[in-house]
Write a protein that binds this ligand. Structure first.
Ligand SMILES: C[S@@+](CC[C@H](N)C(=O)[O-])C[C@H]1O[C@@H](n2cnc3c(N)ncnc32)[C@H](O)[C@@H]1O
Length: 227
């Protein structure tokens, strides 16, 4: 069986199931630079992994819902939140976002590198992410734009979706959104063997300026999702 055919929950539980750290434990730089300029409110972190972004947001005064498919990731994240004394400000929820999505509207919805080598209905997840943004709130999507420079030739076979493609897939063309940032930024990254390298982030930052939902999450006048 190839990775792509594996059960997503099993795959990610195995990924987070060992004793070693899998990510840096530090907040993603794009989220930090953008959220630092915002008044704290309610935030939703999609694919939160071991919780570094959610914890950073909580420390900055946000009330956070943080979601991942992997219970193993959430065990790590909850423990880290307790160690940092912000457990009361973060609710970690397990969802397979391809099939279930947290309730509510948020002032900031963040999807940082919500990529997966196994099944993930990313386009519909990101449309629901847009629907979950409150009026006046922001949607931040940060994707890998390139493989790290140290990754080698086979990494270049992978196709990264571009900013315009991801934006188009959100289905918000005629909707009440302000496009605050649609750009790329380079970032230094260290490879598994300590190699220095550079990678490019694709950054989409949108602000919802009024009501109006995507096709997928169209609401009735009472604000409830239409069937
Ligand atoms: C590339 S990692 C990024 C983790 C974190 N956002 C970060 O930037 O370090 C992708 C994350 O998405 C989660 N994920 C993948 N598929 C998912 C799904 N269907 N539902 C919820 N989370 C999912 C994975 O468990 C993993 O934590």
């Amino acid at each position: 069986m190839t990775d792509a055919e594996r059960d997503p929950r099993e795959f990610w539980d195995e990924f987070y199931g060992g004793d070693d750290s899998v990510w840096s434990g530090r907040v993603n730089v794009r989220l930090a630079e953008i959220a630092a300029g915002l008044a704290p409110g309610r935030a939703l972190d999609l694919g939160c992994g071991d919780g570094a972004d959610a914890i950073w947001l909580a420390e900055a005064g946000w009330q956070v819902v943080a979601v991942d498919i992997s219970e193993q990731a959430l065990v790590r994240a909850r423990a880290a939140a307790r160690r940092r004394d912000v457990a009361a400000r973060v609710r970690f929820e397990r969802h397979d976002l391809s099939t279930s999505f947290p309730a509510g509207r948020f002032d900031l919805v963040s999807a940082q590198f919500l990529h997966s080598p196994v099944a993930l209905e990313r386009e519909s997840v990101l449309r629901r992410a847009a629907d979950a943004v409150a009026v006046g709130g922001r949607l931040l999507i940060v994707d890998h734009g390139t493989a790290p420079s140290w990754a080698g030739a086979h990494a270049h076979e992978h196709r990264f979706a571009g900013i315009e493609e991801v934006l188009a897939s959100l289905g918000i063309d005629d909707g009440p959104w302000q496009r605050l940032r649609l750009d790329t930024a380079d970032r230094d990254v260290t490879g598994p063997d300590g190699q220095a390298g550079v990678t490019t982030d694709n950054i989409i930052l949108l602000r919802r300026t009024g009501e109006g939902r995507t096709e997928e999450g169209r609401t009735g006048e009472d604000g409830q999702e239409a069937s």
